[in-house]
Design a protein around this ligand. Structure first.
Ligand code: 5GP
Length: 186
């Protein structure tokens, strides 16, 4: 039987250090720009967002949106639907969208267009991971955690078939990875 494994790519320590830096930078940049609202895109960004806001020193409020993305495959569908909308009015607020990963950028493009119509004072993006070589749209991503090669990654909130979000680091897997039955040893 084939031995499946996850190839580690970004360690938990490297993630923590980079998220801390992003939090420090945002705290500096937004020191005079209250109120700051961070919007997490569910579900992939929830772990990143939880760590990021604890690295932010200035007053910050949080909200969440859920947009549908890939389904159970590893290929971008381009079909995006708002599954859960914000629960707050963001007009006049300085908003940062916290994304787990920007691949083609199609998801974020839709989210940005929709949020602009709600008149935030400013709208910026922080993305833990960016596949800049693959991005189809030219986004002004103000804060990038890591720029990665074009391949499928999991962990630290990012899933495969709904699983592997609980992996404390970022890794890569093969398409036949048995996510539903995999038990981490380390
Ligand atoms: P985009 O619209 O930018 O192509 O795709 C964005 C969404 O696709 C992300 O929010 C994420 O849900 C999913 N996605 C894109 N690349 C990856 C990847 O390498 N791994 C995982 N787990 N999800 C990805």
């Amino acid at each position: 039987m084939k031995e499946h494994s996850i190839s580690p790519e970004i360690s938990a320590q490297a993630l923590a250090a980079r998220v801390q830096e992003l939090g420090e930078q945002i705290s500096k940049d937004y020191a005079d720009k209250a109120p700051l609202r961070i919007i997490g895109t569910l579900k992939g960004s929830f772990i990143f967002l939880a760590d990021l806001i604890r690295a932010i020193r200035i007053p910050v409020k949080v909200d969440f949106m859920e947009v549908s993305s890939y389904g159970n495959t590893m290929a971008s569908s381009g079909n995006i639907k708002i599954v859960k909308d914000l629960s707050h009015d963001i007009s006049g607020e300085n908003v940062i969208i916290a994304e787990d990963i920007i691949d083609t950028g199609l998801t974020l493009n839709n989210v940005m267009s929709m949020l602009y119509t709600r008149n935030p004072a400013s709208l910026e993006i922080v993305s833990l991971l960016v596949k800049s070589q693959k991005m189809k749209l030219d986004f002004p991503v103000k804060y990038t955690g890591f720029d990665i090669e074009d391949h499928f990654v999991v962990g630290y909130g990012l899933d495969y078939q709904g699983y592997l979000r609980n992996l404390p680091y970022i890794g890569s897997i093969s398409p036949d990875f048995p996510a539903a039955s995999y038990v981490r040893k380390e």
